[in-house]
Design a protein around this ligand. Structure first.
Ligand code: NAD
Length: 489
């Protein structure tokens, strides 16, 4: 691209050692709701990662030796500054990602603020272990210390939300970080860097290197002086990261994809269940790792459920994400939209029925959004359990509804995928919800609700959905090295 071309665009820079640094080459970033290039993102590689790791290493001795209370105050200050600029962050996130302004205002940015406040508080309340061996005259205790330079890699669906869910615990524990957000959604990470100095975060504690996974991400994963990698993204990328980091024996936390079931028994309160399950299927265009994509409904209520569910899904308005009355924004990219559409086509080819949305209902878009990556909330029925729509992560506004007869049967079918991230169970029978929750292969089970989170407790998936957990205690353990010390008196 020519200089003239680049002048009109937002141009991002890396943030290394407390300074914004331009890069020698850039990649285009699109506004998903218009299809236009509006931003240029550094195409960083080994050199930039090397500089960022060096800055992080240099900052480590001072940052790691600070009193946790001091670090906590800095995190709180940063939270206040992001909150002060909430509207600007929300606008930027919506434009960069395609999500609705309402979602960015009420979910993404408030949660980024909360991530810093939460870890600013939780870091002050950990207690380490101690045991006694009177017969040996010994006491044992554990001590925890920050590990070093943490590599943090995050995806495009909840950009600032998921990046700060890693940065906050990493630096609260005394590590310094090199963060690499998704090349498709780098703007809010760059905006956050502008607030670090004012918050009191010393230069080099938080470094942000922008670029692709293959170049910048891989350079970070392969860097010998980055002993731990916290990654959120797809299962395929996690396999590559695992391979690439194996020669260095790195500590890995992997938060990956899902194929999340909702199980709806005939005694469920449908007035609660239907709107919540529409939300769990289509919130953020279905681009949340926790979104429902397989809905199992007990035979007796199947047709009533389907009728009411489709009617409710049709109420969700798709359109310009900056319009606060819109429920469904644009998908992240042209390629992703194509991929999601193909799943619907494959399902139809296999004989499934598309009850609303893609290919069935008209998509009316304002003139400015005609080239955006939009898709209506789509409900598919009569899908076979083995079909790709019931097995693979689609990560778009598509959900499948099927019938089941017994508790035993539905548990087996819900568990019959390679993933195990989140599940919802709907029933008014307390015994049954406990029984089913225990038997589901899923890191999270919500009964009669969805997405209600206590950040104190573990978050993460089983099977192909991940390795490790994040949360107050889990993130503390991941981002610290433990030592057992024995004293003989
Ligand atoms: P992705 O795996 O393509 O990319 C994630 C990040 O990894 C990006 O920053 C990317 O640039 C980087 N990356 C890609 N290749 C890399 C490599 N070889 N080495 C190092 N880094 C590399 O995922 P995505 O498409 O951005 O995100 C969607 C996926 O993320 C979905 O599968 C979704 O379920 C998952 N996700 C999981 C959670 C969770 O908490 N479990 C949360 C959100 C999203």
């Amino acid at each position: 691209p020519t200089m003239a071309h680049s002048k009109a665009l937002l141009v991002l820079e890396n943030f290394i050692g407390g300074k914004f640094v331009p890069c020698s080459s850039y990649i285009d970033s699109y506004n998903p709701s218009t299809g236009d290039v509006y931003c240029r993102v550094p195409d960083s590689g080994k050199e930039e990662v090397e500089a960022a790791v060096k800055a992080a290493k240099d900052a480590f001795p001072i940052w790691s030796s600070k009193n946790p209370l001091e670090r906590s105050q800095i995190l709180n200050k940063l939270a206040d500054l992001i909150e002060r600029d909430l509207e600007a962050f929300a606008q930027a996130e919506s434009k960069d990602q395609g999500k609705t302004i309402t979602f960015a205002r009420t979910v993404d940015i408030p949660r980024a603020v909360h991530n810093f406040r939460f870890f600013a508080s939780s870091i002050l309340h950990h207690v380490t272990e101690c045991t006694e061996m009177p017969a040996m005259g010994c006491v044992h205790y554990t001590s925890r210390a920050p590990v070093g330079v943490a590599g943090l890699i995050s995806p495009w669906n909840l950009p600032l939300y998921l990046l700060t869910w890693k940065i906050a615990p990493a630096i609260a524990c005394g590590n310094t970080v090199v963060a690499k957000p998704s090349e498709m959604t780098s703007v809010t990470a760059w905006m956050m860097c502008k607030l670090l100095e004012k918050a009191g975060v010393p230069p080099g504690v938080v470094n942000v290197v922008l670029g692709t996974g293959a170049k910048a991400g891989e350079a970070l994963v392969c860097h010998p002086e980055v002993p731990l990698i916290s990654f959120t993204g797809s299962t395929l990328t996690a396999q590559r990261i695992t391979e690439k980091s194996a020669p260095h024996c790195k500590r890995l936390s992997l938060e990956l994809g899902g194929k999340n079931p909702a199980i709806i028994f005939d005694d469920a309160d449908l007035s609660q269940c239907i709107p919540t399950t529409v939300r769990s299927s289509f919130a953020n265009q279905g681009e949340i790792c926790l979104c429902t994509s397989r809905i199992f409904v007990q035979r007796g209520i199947y047709s009533e459920f389907l009728k009411r569910f489709v009617a409710e899904a049709k109420k969700w308005k798709t359109g310009n994400p900056s319009d606060p009355t819109i429920d469904v924004g644009a998908l992240i990219s042209k390629e992703h939209l194509e991929k999601v559409r193909n799943y619907v086509k494959k399902a139809q080819a296999e004989g499934a029925k598309v009850l609303c949305g893609e290919g069935v209902d008209p998509l009316d878009l304002p003139p400015g959004n005609q080239k955006g990556y939009f898709m209506l909330p789509t409900v598919i029925a009569e899908v076979k359990d083995g079909s790709c729509c019931m097995q693979e992560e689609i990560f778009g506004p598509v959900t499948c509804v099927v019938a089941f007869d017994t508790e035993e049967e539905v548990i087996k079918r819900a568990n019959g995928v390679k993933y195990g991230l989140a599940a919802t169970v709907w029933s008014s029978n307390v015994g049954r919800v406990h029984r089913v929750a225990h038997r589901l292969q899923s890191g999270l089970v919500w009964t009669n609700c969805w997405l209600v989170r206590d950040l104190n407790l573990p978050f993460g998936g089983m099977k192909a959905s991940g390795i490790g957990r994040e949360g107050a205690k889990d993130s503390y353990e991941f981002f610290t090295e433990v030592k057992t010390i024995t004293i003989k008196h």
